[in-house]
Ligand binder design. Sequence first.
Ligand SMILES: [Zn+2]
Length: 418
Amino acid sequence: MTPRMWAAGTLAVLVVGLVVYAAVVVPWHRPPAPRADQVAALKEFPAGQLARARAFHGALRPAGYGSMAIGLVGALLLGLTPLGARLVTLAGRPFGGHWIAQAVLGGLIVVLVVEVVTLPLAAWRHRVVVEYGISTQSWGAWAVDLVKSYAVGAVIGGLALLGFFAVTRAAPRWWWAFGAAGAALVVVLLSFVLPVVVEPIFNKFTPMADGPLRTELMQLAARDGVPVKDVLVADASRRTRAVNAYVSGFGPTRRIVVYDTMLTEATPDEVVSVAAHELGHAKRGDVLTGTIIGALGAAAAVIALYLLGSLGWLLRWAGTDSMGDPRAIALLIALVTIAGLAGGPVQAMVSRRIESRADAHALELTGDPATFEAMQRRLGTVNLSDPDPPAWEYVMSASHPSTVERIAAARAYARGER
Ligand SMILES: [Zn+2]
């Protein structure tokens, strides 16, 4: 068997594995939130609030879709024409065309070109979130965040490119195998490392102060049988008025993080309701599930890229002769961009099912659908989310059930439907 046949076989095994794993682990058969309850909940939203939320999302849309479109066109323009390859060659020239300079600098320049072109749209977005009172950031603080995220992206991306092209050079025929294993490993590693190393670059995390709320949250976790190392408060208020909570990491790095905005905006009961949702994620190992799906997907993607490298016309378009050559960076990025856009709706659907199960967990754990509903209203009001977003947008990108769906689920629970 040739390396290519091995690659095709491995890809088939990974894809089947991914589909089977997702079929088994993702809670596909969640009962739908009763539509009648959704309609009733929507009618109860004050007309002014609904109009303001919709105006806010309408104002964000041009920048959001504009930047998606420009990002895609830019990636295709650089990746499916020799432009990207030329940029990479130029980046390596001061270093005698050394492959490391081409891989790292070339890769960063290709990404940066697209980032710079979409920068005005990011600024437009910031202006809108400030105008609607969601963001509390000055332009200076916004720019600092931007530079920080470029720096983090450059370090992670640079290391990934360096590793990738080191492997393609060392094993020109079998790099897909090492690359796939490496990509999967990186996904797992990032799950551990991001909350501990990267999140503190953007926010300060402090253990929630001792008091009735902390005691109640730790008791809730104990009652749920979920070992939680700590409940942390993030200083999100330096950036936003929005309220949120999440669980990240797993094993020794698992923590529940609550935005400090939530402690000032929401009642303690509502914080408990949100924490119960997060415990639902922890109990079902949703971070681990996401990590495994991500790792299998990353491994499959590397092999797919290798196999696409046998298409001579594609390489000629990109002005390179091999996927393993740094001059193919723009082509790799273009293909990954297309895959990301195509996979977005599937990812969102998987996420919505998992979120809906965490909601059900919160309702069962607290037995308090009234507070759950109040919290959903609070999230909707403070964050200016559209309680019932347009169907196409929901399908394309909604990571959570809509506010009216979540309220409807709470009402169904209150009636004893479960
Ligand atoms: Zn969640």
